[in-house]
Design a protein around this ligand. Structure first.
Ligand SMILES: [Zn+2]
Ligand SMILES: [Zn+2]
Length: 346
């Protein structure tokens, strides 16, 4: 058959034309030359239709192209490839549309200009307005929370918020943080997220949760409540030393409302409820533990020397162990000394 366009003897594709001529004479996609895309000055989110999205620039431009372009119905498996560059105040993109017609691959280039319109997204404007649905309070049961503990709680909360945001909770942000003498407050924009964060904080740090709410007025004809989630921590932490009667317990781990300890006299492991130690005196690791020099040792005892005054002390070994280093950590309480079992995570 002869092509009506080029006159060559070739297989006819459509309307008497060969494939090559048919593609030359047809445009398969049509769309605007310019897109105006609102962008948030603060978080870099883009607006598509009426919603703000945290998509990449490329993903958002593809959304705009797919929505605004019309494609010939004979195109199958449409792919959009972008190649963009900045120029003055605009971004110019080559939009390559490839697809299949019958079993032939076709591709077509379009050129569009993207003008970004600076704006503030819904979430950032809420954040600037101090919006918060929930207050997360983490409090020590002591008169003061150590800076070390504040830091580890802050890192824990930040990591949790970040992972929830990354997993698609765009509603969630930290409006404000307050550092008090006895703990930390986080003001959060999303109460569902706040409720799950406090549960996770309890799993990590133990303690008791109290929930309360306060009425903060009407919105769209409904009462609006602000939730307060309070986690009161136990008066001790991992690696604290608890003194009750003549027993000393070393805390190896805490989870939910359970505390795992080692009895320093016997090195036996025990598990208690956190509230069993409510009235117990707790010491920080650094308050009671000091390094001493190993002088000599036998199966059941070890001689150590105080680095400051060179005094020698003999301490019983609760279990048969052989110390290989020339210094060991020793718990000193009143005038008694105790050996610490190997702890792998300190
Ligand atoms: Zn032809
Ligand atoms: Zn924003």
């Amino acid at each position: 058959m002869y092509c009506v366009d080029c006159g060559k003897d070739k297989p006819i594709f459509r309307n008497g034309s060969c494939l090559e001529c048919y593609l030359k004479n047809h445009q398969f996609a049509h769309g605007p030359d310019v897109f105006h895309i609102p962008v948030c000055n603060y978080c870099g989110g883009y607006k598509y239709k009426s919603t703000w999205k945290k998509d990449s620039f490329e993903k958002i431009v593809k959304r705009y192209v797919k929505n605004a372009f019309s494609f010939s119905p004979e195109l199958k498996d449409i792919q959009i490839i972008l190649d963009c560059h900045d120029e003055d105040d605009s971004i110019f993109c080559k939009v390559t549309i490839t697809s299949m017609i019958d079993n032939e691959q076709v591709s077509e280039d379009h050129f569009v200009e993207i003008r970004l319109k600076p704006n503030v997204c819904d979430i950032c404007s809420k954040q600037f307005g101090g919006y918060h649905e929930a207050i997360l309070q983490i409090r020590s049961s002591e008169k003061k929370m150590s800076d070390q503990q504040k830091k580890s709680i802050e890192e824990f909360l930040n990591a949790l918020v970040y992972s929830m945001q990354k997993n698609g909770n765009r509603k969630l942000f930290v409006t404000d943080k307050n550092f008090e003498k006895t703990g930390i407050d986080y003001l959060l924009s999303d109460k569902q997220a706040a409720a799950s964060i406090i549960k996770k904080a309890q799993e990590e740090f133990c303690g008791e949760i109290t929930v309360s709410s306060s009425n903060v007025g009407m919105k769209d004809g409904k009462q609006v409540y602000r939730m307060t989630y309070l986690l009161r921590l136990p008066g001790f932490d991992k690696h604290s030393i608890l003194v009750t009667g003549d027993r000393l317990f070393f805390v190896t781990s805490l989870s939910n409302n359970t505390v795992h300890v080692i009895d320093l006299k016997t090195w036996n492991n025990h598990t208690f409820a956190v509230k069993d130690f409510e009235k117990t005196t707790a010491y920080d690791y650094d308050d009671l533990v000091q390094d001493m020099i190993v002088v000599s040792q036998k199966d059941d005892e070890i001689q150590v020397m105080d680095k400051n005054n060179y005094s020698i002390t003999v301490i019983n070994k609760p279990k048969k162990v052989n110390y290989t280093s020339d210094q060991i950590s020793v718990v000193r309480y009143d005038d008694s000394f105790f050996l610490l079992p190997e702890i792998n995570d300190k």
